[in-house]
Design a protein around this ligand. Structure first.
Ligand SMILES: [Zn+2]
Length: 384
């Protein structure tokens, strides 16, 4: 592969030190080979003139539910007209997903992946969780694997209607046969530990079974009300506790003293008109924070990391540098990846060129599509 010089970069955010002005970067194959002042750039086979615009690492969306069919626009409209969100709305999507053929599920995910990439996301996670039968969870993960290695088994999303009188039976299925059939196509296991979903003991048991099957835990924790989710996440060594909206001091301390990332999903609070998590409190306590979209048809039907950055800055007390870092390096930490989320020699050449002179414009110009061009593994995947 030819080496490529990205030249005339107005501002290069590497996530290793301060942003560089008048910078250049060399990509060799699928990796970053060099970054530094434009004046010191080495010769390369090809050149991309960045026109004085900002370059930064591709976003890492560590929390997305892309395997589903149908949508819930009417439910959203009703909620905006005053109805309150409860976890049970998931069952609407479960019915549609079970009824859909593989082609329909694949094409819907492909459409959403296209949206993610066009808005600057170069690494993304995909969860199952709208099948809730052995067959439907297994095929959801097999299809998800066609798009990403960051696949998450979420059989414990809610208890499906047919198990309403036999919770224990469903937990046993998830931790047993369903897990065994899903594990070959999953890297992670996740549980929705919250009111209307799974309690602390159920969560602990399912995550432990996942660990025994070689998967690593992540947890939907403390979204709808205070509960045991964060404590269980830390206890089992989860890579990430996601949502973290309702935390007490012990939860913040537990996260700060652990390697568990707090992944904040402001698209969910925005779309459900709910109170936002207090990112400032987590950051001040030393917790590693990630931002992700939570893209799902019920409570956060967005694929836009720039929207999440703008919300985090406006509503959650994050500075712009903190929010962009959380959307790149933070997401990488939540997926336990050190090859993405930064532009340093040896990292994957996953990056975007903005239609703006500084990455600060990502929050400064909300709702404006500033992502001009995107590269994944050194290959351009857009042409703006
Ligand atoms: Zn979620």
């Amino acid at each position: 592969m030819p080496s490529v010089l990205f030249d005339n970069i107005g501002e290069l955010l590497t996530n290793a030190g301060d942003p560089l002005s008048d910078a250049a970067m060399v990509v060799d194959g699928d990796l970053v080979a060099w970054t530094g002042p434009a004046a010191a750039a080495p010769d390369c086979d090809e050149r991309v003139d960045c026109g004085g615009a900002a370059v930064l690492p591709g976003f890492v969306d560590s929390h997305a539910h892309l395997m589903f069919a149908g949508d819930r626009a009417a439910e959203f409209a009703a909620r905006m007209a005053g109805e309150r969100y409860a976890a049970g709305g998931i069952r609407t999507t479960v019915s549609a997903t079970r009824d859909a053929d593989d082609e329909t599920l694949f094409r819907n995910a492909q459409r959403l992946v296209g949206e993610l990439i066009r808005s600057g996301t170069t690494t993304f996670e995909i969860k199952s969780g709208y099948g809730l039968t052995v067959r439907d969870e297994a095929r959801s993960l097999a299809l998800a694997r066609k798009f990403t290695d960051e696949t998450t088994f979420l059989g414990a999303h809610v208890v499906p209607a047919e198990y309403a009188d036999d919770r224990a039976g469903y937990v046993e299925l998830v931790a047993g046969q369903m897990l065994q059939e899903c594990a070959p196509n999953a890297r992670w296991i996740d549980v929705f530990c919250d009111a209307g979903a799974f309690d602390g003991d159920e969560t602990r048991g399912i995550l432990q079974a996942g660990l025994d099957a070689g998967l690593t835990p992540r947890v939907h924790a403390n979204q709808l009300q205070h509960g045991p989710g964060v404590q269980v996440a830390v206890e089992v060594g989860a890579a990430s506790a996601d949502h973290c909206t309702h935390l007490n001091a012990a939860d913040v301390d537990a996260l700060a003293g652990s390697s568990t990332v707090a992944t904040l999903l402001p698209g969910a609070e925005f779309s459900t008109r709910s109170p936002y998590p207090d990112a400032r409190r987590l950051l001040d306590a030393g917790v590693t924070v990630a931002l992700a979209t939570d893209c799902n048809p019920g409570t956060s039907y967005t694929t836009s990391m720039p929207l999440c950055i703008a919300l985090a800055v406006r509503e959650m007390g994050m500075t712009v540098p903190e929010a962009v870092r959380a959307a790149t390096l933070g997401g990488a930490a939540a997926l336990r990846r050190d090859d993405v989320g930064r532009l340093v020699p040896g990292a994957r050449a996953d990056l975007m060129l903005l239609n703006a002179p500084s990455y600060l414009h990502l929050a400064y110009r909300p709702g404006v599509d500033l992502v001009d061009r995107v590269w994944r593994g050194g290959q351009e995947v857009t042409r703006g």
